[in-house]
Design a protein around this ligand. Structure first.
Ligand code: NI
Length: 186
């Protein structure tokens, strides 16, 4: 397993529409294993394949969020389709590993039902409520190139872009200064 870099907005790849998974092979298992490790490291509730640069219709949801026990393995959803969203809604702060440090209130269905395949290509259905339902809707958006920033108005959108630019610039500067400091310190 390996941790893969998570693409950040405004990386244009995040806007791609992901394609249907057809090969349930070792490469797919490796990708999912890497995604699980990457999500745990980043402390995320979910991760779509496109966020690590693989434009495939697949996402994972953290095991506990997906209704399992604390520390349960991530639940895998391949070629997922939302088949039902409740009329009852929920509004809550939503984050995304591709928008570090950004949380915005997003209205979602309280419950969502999804049909997907597992790593062996078997079809299953799952129903989520609350945070699990939110994750199912958020991750499905990723597969269609739809992002957290599309959920807010133009003013807030500019603020988010500015903050991410500033954070990225600060990180670049820190990275540039680090080797110099090491050299100076011997
Ligand atoms: Ni996300």
């Amino acid at each position: 397993m390996a941790i893969r870099p998570i693409l950040r907005f405004p990386d244009p790849k995040l806007r791609q529409r992901s394609v249907t998974v057809t090969d349930f092979d070792d490469g797919l298992r490796q990708l999912v294993a890497d995604m699980a490790e990457t999500m745990v490291e980043a402390e995320g509730a979910g991760l779509a394949a496109i966020q690590v640069g693989a434009p495939m219709r697949l996402f994972i949801v953290e095991g506990h969020v997906a209704g399992g026990a604390e520390g349960a393995p991530a639940k895998v959803f391949i070629n997922p389709e939302i088949v039902d969203i409740s009329d009852e809604a929920q509004t809550g702060d939503e984050g995304c590993l591709s928008f570090p440090g950004i949380f915005v209130p997003v209205k979602r269905g309280m419950r969502a039902r999804v049909r997907a395949m597992d790593l062996d290509g078997n079809t299953f259905e799952a129903e989520g409520e609350g945070l699990f339902a939110r994750a199912l809707q958020h991750e499905t958006d990723h597969l269609n190139g739809r992002l957290l920033i599309d959920q807010v108005g133009p003013v807030k959108r500019e603020l988010i872009k500015r903050k991410l630019r500033k954070d990225a610039e600060a990180e670049r500067q820190e990275a540039a200064e680090r080797p110099a400091a090491r050299a100076a310190g011997g």
